[in-house]
Design a protein around this ligand. Structure first.
Ligand SMILES: [Zn+2]
Length: 288
């Protein structure tokens, strides 16, 4: 591989890229790779403490200009949280695609906007939602994954309104959390989609925690963030390879290697006893 990798992570909502792959992005930034984040929707309608939360307890929901102004104001608050979280990870390139989060659909305009971003940034790797997450139809993450997959395909050809040449993405990794089974070996993968790549994020888990703490408008900070990291990243670490915290992904394509691949942690674990393996994973983030 000549030179740094270019990665683009695309989430449906403002918090997605952080809770799904924040640790992995931190590692790539540390290695000197070019990391970009994109947020597809403003997230104010479904994930905001003021709009989506407080409206449940009102008799009447504001309409017209009043609601529009509130939406713009809250979308700005959420975008600033994303910028703050990116700064914690060392990500300086952030893109907001500004889709409404009420009804997210796979449509031409959304696809072309993401395709243009791909032609502009020319990522080797795209990280996004699994297109069959949940019911694969009304689930906003699934729809976002479908938009991105269409966009990857579209970016591979010319666009009369985009002077940049086509670009082909080398690999797509889908967020595993919420989308696929955890597997502990090949037999555990039977009968459905499963994560096949795990990134040990233990050394940057405090950074990831800080990004979730920045998502105050979404209520993701504090105890929720710690529970989320313990139950999801903790489970993936334990199942994926006896480490305290990991992020799991589903590879889009099988990969070609020159030799058979085996990673450093796998070699290290092959030399450890049962008890050593058991205690590899017990480090926990502090809840305060
Ligand atoms: Zn989301």
């Amino acid at each position: 591989m000549a030179g740094p990798l270019r990665l683009l992570s695309i989430g449906a909502h403002p918090a997605d890229v952080f809770d799904q792959c924040g640790g992995t992005l931190a590692h790539h930034v540390e290695r000197g790779d070019q990391v970009s984040c994109a947020v597809l929707t403003h997230g104010a309608r479904v994930h905001d403490a003021v709009i989506s939360n407080s409206m449940y307890h009102r008799d009447v929901v504001p309409q017209g200009d009043e609601l529009d102004e509130l939406m713009v104001e809250r979308a700005d608050v959420k975008a600033n949280e994303v910028r703050e979280a990116c700064a914690i990870l060392g990500v300086t390139d952030v893109h907001f695609l500004g889709e409404d989060d009420q009804i997210l659909l796979v449509d031409r305009e959304s696809i072309r906007n993401v395709a243009r971003l791909i032609r502009e940034l020319r990522p080797h790797i795209v990280i996004t939602h699994f297109p069959r997450e949940g019911d694969g139809q009304t689930n906003a993450h699934a729809v976002a994954g479908q938009i991105v997959m269409h966009a990857i395909s579209t970016a591979g050809s010319i666009d009369p309104e985009d002077s940049r040449p086509p670009h082909r993405v080398a690999q797509v990794f889908f967020f595993g959390e919420g989308a696929a089974h955890l597997r502990s070996g090949l037999a555990g993968a039977a009968g459905g989609f499963s994560m096949d790549v795990f990134v040990d994020i233990t050394d940057v888990v405090e950074k990831k925690l800080a990004t979730l703490d920045s998502m105050a408008s979404q209520g993701y900070g504090g105890a929720y963030a710690r529970k989320r990291i313990e139950t999801s990243d903790g489970a993936m670490g334990m199942m994926g390879g006896a480490c305290p915290y990991a992020e799991g992904f589903i590879s889009s394509h099988p990969q070609i290697h020159r030799h058979l691949p085996v990673t450093e942690p796998m070699l290290e674990m092959s030399e450890q006893s049962d008890h050593e393996l058991t205690y590899r994973g017990v480090y926990r983030v502090k809840v305060d």
